[in-house]
Design a protein around this ligand. Sequence first.
Ligand code: ADP
Length: 504
Amino acid sequence: MGNYILALDEGTTSARAILFDRNGQPLDMVQREFPQIYPQPGWVEQDPMEIWASQYGVMMELIAKKGLSPDDIHAIGITNQRETVIVWERATGRPICNAIVWQCRRTAPLCEQLKEEGLTDYIRETTGLLIDAYFSATKLSWILDHTPGARERAKRGELCFGTVDSWLLWKLTGGAVHATDLSNASRTMLFDIKKCDWDDTLLARFDIPREMLPAVYPSGHLYGYHRMNGIDIPIAGMAGDQQAALFGQRCVHKGESKNTYGTGCFLLMNTGSTPVFSENGLLTTVAASLDGQAPQYALEGSVFVGGAVIQWLRDGLGIIRDAEDSEYFAAKAKDTGGAYLVPAFTGLGAPHWDMYARGTLVGMTRATGRNQIVRAALESIAFQTNDILTLMAKESGIPLSTLNVDGGASANDLLMQMQADYSAVTVRRPAVRESTALGAAFLAGITTGFWDADALFSHAGGNSYFTFTPHMAEEERRRALAGWKRALRAVRAWSEAEADDDEA
Ligand code: ADP
């Protein structure tokens, strides 16, 4: 029995390997970036062999760096950038083209066509998703349409489709296992999340043969083994990055939620064994589940401009030097003096959904200076997060409990206190903020008996937290949220006025 769980985290821009000890503490980490390929504006690709080489490289480097041998590794867990599509030859393991990355917009026209065909409701009710080029289905369809002979070969069973987790699993097992997990499958826009099976109607629509699809298992499952120096290390956990983070934050019970404050913000709320289908543009996704457990579901929403608004203060306006400085300047203003910043630089997402919205700063007076603007920027992250949390609570009928946080901007204490105050919720920031990798490690560790799930989740289980409790007066909170709503109305008035001008 090895003393460590190895988490492999293949993100969008870099591969990381992290070792966790029995207390869930990270022992060490190795990270390596890999190249992005931009063949045309809006197109994003990666070389699957680079994805594999970077992941394998950091894994071996970490083991060597710590002077470990393969039997020190109890099990491996995998977490990954979601939705990215890879197609390879079953016989040789050779990719037939580059990976099409989740960010790639090349299939936007096909998505418009699907909407015109009236598939919006069907896709939402079956897959839990909105029709969008992000998800795997249209990307896979594009590869089969544009690679000579691919569809016929796929029908003959000669090709394998996989998201990044499947690809790494295939490589790590020497081509023995072609599988994915429920959380990754739920991001393909081909998967019926209630039946937990690939959906024949959608497969037929895209003419995707079942022969090329991976087998699907719960996230915590013994997928196979990676042989290292003659020793078989179990690969016992796989989950998409956001679902892994939810699990790593120990949000395994209904109503528990997490927010990752990165460039954008990613919010997930566990809704238990019942999927909640949103009327307001939240996504329904399969959360990380364990073998023998009913599938768990989550609602997912994102804020497009989260930490990015702080980058804008730094690089666009030049009024702060480092992201951390935002806390210092914002704290110098006791409030924004009635000013609100809505960073709708690329439109507004849930629950507002206005792709023509643009940013605005309203309510300025002569007293509005750097400190107030920086404070308004931090508040905008908290307000946008609150809008999604409120929607999640409303649509699920589950009142908000604690909000667990991670990501770069969660280091900002003032922002975390704002979140607690505006959402009237306790905000909990774990000492170990590698939630994504920790989630993959938990899955692999629980599945192989390294950890006991009840012990891990019933109490703090070795993790310590910093807690922010709300202490804003209700009246003040109501006034602040009403001001934010007014600022959003100003944004809407602007985009509507623009539409009117265009018509005139
Ligand atoms: P990503 O994974 O999306 O690259 P990270 O989790 O690394 O993001 O977080 C980086 C983001 O957080 C940046 O947008 C940065 O502006 C913001 N950020 C980092 N530190 C702070 C801070 N102390 N206060 C506010 N924002 C911060």
